[in-house]
Ligand binder design. Structure first.
Ligand SMILES: C[C@](O)(CO)[C@H](O)COP(=O)(O)OP(=O)(O)OC[C@H]1O[C@@H](n2ccc(N)nc2=O)[C@H](O)[C@@H]1O
Ligand SMILES: Nc1ncnc2c1ncn2[C@@H]1O[C@H](COP(=O)(O)OP(=O)(O)OP(=O)(O)O)[C@@H](O)[C@H]1O
Length: 314
């Protein structure tokens, strides 16, 4: 077992984790990590004329995520090696990211993508966004496109609001519609227990569209966060749509040292633990109808330095 993370339907046996740094795992195949993110708090502060919501949130990465296996090819074909259940090819953010980068830069080669999916879809962990960001970061280097971090983040923003933070590479305070990012390097990196109802993803679009959503949260500062005055405005709305999330939050409130919190628009909730042993012990107590993972908070993305290093890839 990895020393970083365990996952699986509780109290299932730990499975090997997959968040190693980038490495060549076969002839010409790069394995690249796509970590999860947590929204340590999330307030919705307004709604723009175009319907998009302004928010304040604090992002931190987890040492847990998906792995992309990328095989660059000389032929100009961008394809995926396997289907992803529930995600048709035209919606697949990994393919869309690769095609966008090729179009934007005029790159004439191709790539074969194989996604090792671990993060629950619609979990509020930003899995699809992180997969897309990893494709952009990896191909920008493998294809020698030479886009700057800011250019790549701008490209990613066109595909999803959560993509720029993964490209930025640092835990960050976010404002605007999520694109105004200020790196925050000093956050503690605690062990978390993450719990979710298997197979019950939340639609972010639907949660944002709910008439009952609080949209006028007054602006806060990081001091408000550190003094425990921040929460997640999606809570009441998604708990009404997904009553199981009430039970999960109440379970975490009763059993975890810290309160249960929702990440993004759900469906995952998380609680901070004092160390890995405590998080693992708690995971063993999670009711078997839910899934759970133990993972550590991280302030740096595992590709943050590799992606913009000069010299030969690898
Ligand atoms: C909830 C968060 O995960 C918090 O980090 C993000 O704000 C959502 O990021 P995301 O999943 O990448 O969302 P996107 O795919 O960009 O947007 C999905 C839909 O959510 C709504 N949306 C999204 C972001 C935002 N600031 N305001 C919105 O109203 C829009 O209807 C949009 O069409
Ligand atoms: N490679 C992918 N992995 C996961 N979802 C994808 C992918 N490509 C496209 N999607 C679509 O993106 C949507 C959001 O999936 P994702 O797992 O990123 O949600 P999430 O964790 O709730 O995201 P967020 O916290 O950013 O709202 C799903 O409806 C899914 O169909």
């Amino acid at each position: 077992m990895s020393d970083r993370v365990s996952e699986g339907a509780a109290p299932a046996v730990d499975v090997p984790a997959g968040l190693e740094g980038p490495h060549w795992d076969g002839e010409g195949v790069l394995a690249a990590p796509a970590p999860a993110k947590l929204n340590l708090f999330l307030h919705i502060t307004g709604r723009r004329a175009d319907g998009m919501h302004t928010l304040q949130t604090l992002f931190q990465f987890l040492d847990w995520g998906d792995t992309l296996h990328l095989t660059p090819t000389a032929q100009p074909v961008i394809e995926r090696a396997a289907t992803i259940p529930g995600i048709p090819e035209e919606e697949d953010l990994t393919l869309r990211a690769a095609r966008l980068l090729a179009e934007h830069t005029g790159h004439d080669g191709g790539v074969r993508l194989c996604l090792e999916k671990r993060l629950p879809v619609g979990g509020g962990l930003g899995g699809g966004s992180s997969d897309a960001a990893t494709v952009l970061l990896a191909l920008n280097r493998l294809w020698g496109c030479g886009l700057s971090r800011a250019e790549l983040a701008g490209l990613g923003a066109a595909l999803g609001a959560d993509i720029p933070v993964f490209i930025g590479g640092s835990a960050a305070w976010a404002e605007g519609v999520g694109e105004r990012l200020s790196p925050v390097g000093e956050l503690a990196e605690p062990w978390y227990l993450v719990v979710w109802p298997p197979g019950e993803g939340v639609s972010t679009r639907r949660a944002f569209a709910d008439p009952a959503l609080t949209r006028n949260h007054p602006e806060v500062t990081i001091l408000d966060f550190s003094q425990g005055r921040c929460g997640n405005d999606f809570g009441p709305v998604v708990e009404r749509l997904h009553p199981e999330l009430v039970r999960i939050r109440e379970w975490l409130d009763r059993n975890a040292p810290g309160p249960g919190r929702l990440t993004g628009s759900g469906a995952c909730s998380f609680a901070e633990c004092s160390d890995r042993a405590q998080a693992e012990a708690l995971r063993a107590l999670v009711p078997t109808e839910w899934s759970a993972a133990v993972a550590r908070g991280r302030n740096r993305h595992p590709l943050a330095d590799w992606a913009f290093a000069t010299g030969r890839e690898g």
